[in-house]
Ligand binder design. Structure first.
Ligand SMILES: C[S@@+](CC[C@H](N)C(=O)[O-])C[C@H]1O[C@@H](n2cnc3c(N)ncnc32)[C@H](O)[C@@H]1O
Length: 205
C-alpha cells in the first residue's frame, strides 16, 4: 500500500525497529537496508563538500550520522512525525515539510547542495515523475555535486519478477520500483550499484 503522510506518521515510532527486522531476516522489502545506507554514507564521505539535501529523511537514521560528522543537513519529508523524530537527532539541521510528488518546494528553488541523497523514498514516484524530479534536483546541485539515490530496485525486469514471485502476498503492488537497465537510459551520467536482491544505489554526477 502506498502510504500518505498520515500513514507515515503512524509508522514513525516503530519505523527503525521494523526496517531492522526486515533487513536482519533478509526479506523484501528491506533486505540490504544497512548495507545500502552504508554505501550512500561512504559515497558522501568520499566526496567533496559539506551541504546535503536528504529527500524523504524519515527518522533520520542516515542523515543523523552525517550530521554528527559535521555535514550541514536540509531534510525534506511530508510526515510531521518522521520530521519530529529526525529533528530530535539533528537540532541544528533545516527541515522542510513538503510532498515531493509536487516537485521542489519554493524554498529550495535557488539553493545549491554538494550532495542530494535519498533512501527508500523514490519508489513513491512513478518513472516519469522520477525522471522529472531528478532533472529538477540537478538544477540545485552545486558544481561537482552528486545525487545518490538508494531504494528498492532491480537490475532488470526479470529480477523484479523473481522477487515479486518469491514475496507472494507481501509484495506491494502500489509502489514503483526502478529496473535499472531501462531506467538508466533516461538519465545522463547515472550508474547503478546493486546492493541486495531487492535494492540498489543510483549515482548521478
Ligand atoms: C521508507 S521511509 C525512508 C526513510 C529514510 N530515508 C530511510 O532510509 O530509512 C520513506 C520516507 O519518505 C517520506 N515520503 C514518502 N513519500 C513522500 C512524498 N511524496 N513527499 C515527501 N516525503 C515522502 C515518508 O514520510 C518517509 O519518511
Amino acid at each position: 500500500m502506498l502510504l500518505d503522510n498520515k500513514g507515515f506518521d503512524l509508522w514513525a515510532e516503530g519505523y527503525d525497529k521494523s526496517v531492522g527486522i526486515s533487513d536482519d531476516s533478509g526479506t523484501y522489502p528491506f533486505a540490504g537496508y544497512k548495507d545500502l545506507l552504508s554505501y550512500v554514507y561512504n559515497t558522501v564521505r568520499s566526496g567533496n563538500g559539506k551541504s546535503i539535501l536528504d529527500i524523504g529523511t524519515g527518522t533520520g537514521i542516515l542523515s543523523a550520522k552525517l550530521y554528527n560528522d559535521g555535514y550541514s543537513l536540509t531534510c525534506l519529508d511530508f510526515s510531521e512525525k518522521m520530521l519530529g523524530i529526525a529533528k530530535a537527532k539533528m537540532p541544528d539541521a533545516s527541515f522542510i515539510n513538503h510532498d515531493f510528488a509536487f516537485g521542489l518546494p519554493p524554498a529550495l528553488m535557488d539553493a545549491k547542495f554538494d550532495f542530494i541523497i535519498s533512501t527508500y523514498a523514490f519508489h513513491h514516484l512513478n518513472d516519469s515523475q522520477k525522471i522529472s524530479f531528478i532533472n529538477d534536483l540537478k538544477k540545485i546541485l552545486a558544481p561537482g555535486g552528486i545525487i545518490v539515490i538508494g531504494d528498492i530496485a532491480f537490475s532488470s525486469k526479470d529480477e523484479l519478477e523473481k522477487c515479486k514471485a518469491a514475496s507472494g502476498t507481501s509484495w506491494d503492488h502500489d509502489e514503483f520500483y526502478i529496473t535499472a537497465d531501462e531506467f538508466c537510459k533516461n538519465i545522463s551520467g547515472i550508474c547503478f550499484k546493486k546492493i541486495s536482491f531487492c535494492s540498489g544505489v543510483f549515482i548521478i554526477k
